[in-house]
Design a protein around this ligand. Structure first.
Ligand code: HEM
Length: 429
């Protein structure tokens, strides 16, 4: 196609021609369903002349295009502190306040581009490949058992805090050399840092986010640094040795910053995945019994639960050069909003996409993104979720939803329930 026939992103229909920004960001799953149902919405113009990608095949094809890089840390920081998304005047925070948050972003693979991206990313990929995470499986199973025991002693369990969040923070604390007190502290900090996923924040919320990020970077960074210098932690030894072989500008200064910045999704997002998978399974009449009868179905529960309620509903990329795709010219420097949650409910790929089917064939999911940026944490996320679900569906355990009033947090990129009360009991079957 010649460039004269191309439509530039600036000339695409805008999201706001169909729904208000407020409705778009209130619930991205609902908004995407509404948009996919309208004519001419394959590609839309989003805030700041971004390209919004809704369909499974487009998300997968574009994710694999090397010209779609990561958004560099200074731009993410600018977006988080100064960008005006239409919620009124923006007060630029004092640089001292955002120093820790800036450090958090700066050291992430998520904000890195070539040439550093590949070697830095590989460091995580290698540690978290299926063969290597097997060494963590016994610790995960023990911690899940301990938590079932703790929760079975209570009338009601706040599943998010008292099971999922506790499980993942205790797990990573153990692997990364943090004490149990530090694990509890990090779990609290995760609740504050989840403000990072809000589309817009009040100055008070921004203040809480920045201060939690600074404390988090210091607490985790220092604990990891100490655990590494004390010796005897194979995971930290391997990562530090590989970090030393990377001779490029922009790499983290030490193993403490590397771990704190990149394992945030371990401490936080895996907990959300466990919550969503358990919520969907318990909301289905027959799924808990099916999984209990056939433990191989925990894998289906993981894929179907995270497909329907993908924890990270969207992420942004940035075009590193001009890209032409399906008649659209995406100029270099355009933010691309990859709507993973929408791709996961695309009717072209998934039959009756909004329904929960435990035995649905596993195919073309977008929960963990794609291409050269496919999430390095996906295997460990699956291992931890399956371990938790296995423990919760053991023959002598009964778990049920307590109440039927469930709501998704609004105006956030994270698909997360506002609360998930459950009952967990020991039973004789
Ligand atoms: C259920 C939990 C998780 C979900 C839903 C999730 C989701 C995602 C998604 C959607 C992407 C974007 C990929 C893209 O742009 O194509 C991504 C990238 C990434 N994730 Fe995860 N993630 C999870 C857990 C983890 C964990 C545990 C880690 C590390 C310990 C991790 C580290 C990363 C990194 C470093 C990237 C950037 C990769 C790159 O740019 O090359 N994630 N993740």
């Amino acid at each position: 196609m010649s460039s004269t026939q191309l439509t530039s992103v600036a000339d695409l229909p805008a999201v706001e021609d169909f729904i208000t920004f407020d409705d778009f960001s209130r619930d991205f799953v609902e908004a995407a369903r509404e948009l996919r149902g309208r004519e001419g919405t394959d590609f839309l113009r989003g805030p700041m002349n971004s390209l919004v990608v809704l369909r499974n095949k487009d998300a997968r094809t574009l994710a694999a295009n090397p010209a779609l890089g990561n958004v560099p840390a200074d731009i993410v920081l600018w977006m988080a502190t100064e960008a005006d998304l239409g919620s009124g005047p923006v007060t630029k925070p004092d640089p001292e306040q955002t120093e820790g948050y800036g450090r958090f972003l700066q050291n992430q693979v998520f904000t890195t581009n070539p040439p550093l991206h590949q070697p830095y990313r590989n460091l995580l990929v290698r540690q978290l490949m299926p063969r290597n995470i097997l060494r963590f499986a016994p610790a995960a199973a023990r911690l899940a058992q301990e938590l079932v025991e703790e929760c079975a002693g209570r009338d009601r369990t706040d599943f998010s805090r008292e099971f999922a969040g506790r499980f993942v923070t205790r797990f990573w604390a153990e692997q990364l050399g943090l004490s149990s007190n530090q694990a509890a502290h990090v779990q609290h900090l995760m609740e504050e840092m989840s403000l990072t996923f809000l589309l817009t924040r009040t100055p008070e919320q921004s203040q809480r986010l920045f201060s939690a990020a600074t404390i988090y970077m210091d607490v985790v960074g220092e604990a990891v640094q100490k655990a590494w210098s004390d010796g005897g932690n194979a995971l930290l030894d391997d990562m530090a040795a590989e970090l030393a072989t990377i001779d490029m500008e922009g790499k983290p200064q030490d193993i403490g910053s590397l771990v704190a910045s990149n394992f945030f999704d371990g401490f936080h997002t895996i907990g959300v995945a466990i919550e969503n998978v358990v919520f969907r399974m318990l909301s289905d009449e027959t799924a808990p019994e099916q999984v209990r009868a056939d433990p191989a179905l925990v894998t289906n529960a993981f894929y179907e639960g995270t497909r329907l309620d993908s924890p990270l509903m969207l992420s942004q990329r940035l075009t590193l050069q001009d890209v032409e795709y399906n008649g659209v010219l995406v100029p270099a420097g355009t933010p691309v909003v990859m709507m993973w949650a929408s791709a996961n409910r695309d009717p072209e790929v998934f039959d009756d996409p909004d329904s929960y089917r435990l035995t649905r064939p596993i195919q073309h999911g977008a929960t963990f993104g794609g291409g050269a940026h496919l999430c390095p944490g996906r295997n460990v996320a699956r291992m931890l979720t399956e371990t938790a679900v296995t423990a919760l569906t053991a023959p002598d355990v009964d778990i049920a939803l307590a109440g039927d009033d469930h709501a998704w947090a609004a105006h956030t990129m994270m698909r997360q329930l506002t609360a998930l009360p459950v009952t967990i009991r020991r039973v004789n079957r």
